[in-house]
Design a protein around this ligand. Structure first.
Ligand SMILES: *Cc1c(COP(=O)(O)O)cnc(C)c1O
Length: 382
């Protein structure tokens, strides 16, 4: 017998963290507390809940689970990934500066350049594959270093530990958008990040049936500042949406294993296909940051992109011809999706230096039978 009980593993936390049987009825699954307000026994005497923008038990369960999965002390849930991004950006004041990775999620770039720039927040966009580039971009008023890895849609892999160190030397916060990897594959807080961000719409939800966002971290003072913004601005998820993400998270580990195995097989198959010119997948030994990806990720995930001989025309033709891969935006669900980033998800960066190649095809590889997926891609490439 061991004296100190071992810490629960990831899969156990996904199913149980914040999700003890409910106190009144013993319900094994966290109920959907579909209520906007909570009765008080006397003025100010209550069970921890007053008004559901400030807190709701279903959301609390999700926030506790998110924190556990990222190995953090706190989690906060939002109505969308962008609402979570907006809350972090609101930590800043006029004249503050942000260093952000190029190839960042288009909506994040749009928020900083079209909304926060107007409010006096300055932005430097750098290719963070060389951490020195981020170091050179730091200024006295740099407050955030915004990291996203692997990136969307080019699958660049960034060194989280090195970049967090640069942020901290400049007294800035290191924020990692961990949407593509999910906490099962990569845990940025353990590598030094201060805040981890998720679009829970993607792998955490996992079934393409909910829009949501989340943050996790360790510092309590920072939690207080962000929770204040969450309540003050009100971008919170409803209880049913929180419940859907919580349900999705239970199977995250098994889904990510299959997403990764299927994507690896597809990436290897594409790399052998004479009609394919480039494949971007961190699990390929030919990926420029493959060694780094091995070091900071458990496996390489379900996202990949590639280019075809014949460029944009061939790419659009292929995207219209797949039968199992649905032509759709978004990612991270059990079903496979195909899209052309520049024409679809990345329209907001068209004409900027963040614009991906017009002929780039992005796949969100689902958990269907891999031979069916390869067969579908084969007939679509033709
Ligand atoms: C989708 C996405 C977001 C934005 O999340 P929403 O839930 O759509 O608001 C942010 N970052 C990444 C990497 C994403 O894929």
């Amino acid at each position: 017998m061991e004296d100190t009980p071992r810490k629960p593993g990831f899969e156990t936390l996904a199913i149980h963290a914040g999700q003890e049987p409910e106190a009144v009825t013993g319900a094994v699954v966290v109920p959907i507390f579909q209520t906007s307000t909570f009765a008080q026994e006397a003025v100010g005497k209550h069970k921890g809940y007053e008004y559901a923008r400030t807190g709701n038990p279903t959301r609390t369960a999700l926030e506790t689970c998110l924190a556990a999965l990222e190995g953090g002390r706190w989690g906060l849930a939002f109505a969308s990934g962008m609402a979570a991004t907006d809350a972090v950006a609101h930590l800043l004041s006029k004249g503050d500066h942000v260093v952000i990775t190029d190839d960042v999620y288009g909506g994040t770039y749009r928020l900083f350049t079209k909304v926060f720039a107007r409010l006096g927040i300055e932005l430097s966009v750098v290719d963070m594959r060389k951490p020195e580039a981020a170091k050179r971009a730091m200024r006295p008023r740099t407050k955030l270093v915004w990291i996203e890895t692997p990136s969307n849609p080019l699958m660049k892999v960034l060194d989280i530990a090195a970049l967090a160190d640069i942020a901290h030397r400049g007294k800035a916060l290191a924020v990692v958008d961990n949407t593509f990897a999910s906490p099962y594959l990569q845990q940025p807080l353990k590598l030094g990040a201060d805040v981890v961000l998720h679009s829970t719409t993607k792998y955490l939800g996992g079934h393409s049936d909910v829009v949501g966002g989340g943050l996790a971290g360790n510092d309590e003072e920072l939690r207080g500042r962000i929770a204040f913004l969450q309540n003050a601005a009100g971008g919170v998820p409803g209880p049913f949406d929180a419940w859907l993400v919580l349900r999705g998270a239970k199977t995250l580990a098994v889904r990510m294993e299959r997403h990764s195995a299927n994507a690896q097989a597809i990436a290897e198959w594409l790399a052998e296909n004479p009609k394919v010119t480039t494949v971007n997948y961190p699990g390929l030994a030919t990926h420029p940051q493959h060694t780094l990806a091995r070091r900071q990720m458990r496996a390489f995930g379900g996202m990949l992109s590639f280019e075809l001989r014949g460029g944009e025309v061939a790419a659009k033709r292929m995207a219209a011809r797949t039968k199992i891969f649905a032509l759709a935006e978004s990612l991270g669900g059990v079903e496979s999706l195909i899209e052309i980033p520049l024409a679809m998800t990345h329209d907001s960066v068209r004409g900027t230096k963040l614009a991906p190649p017009a002929g780039l095809v992005r796949l969100s590889v689902g958990i269907e039978t891999v031979d069916d997926l390869i067969g579908d891609l084969g007939q679509a490439i033709g």
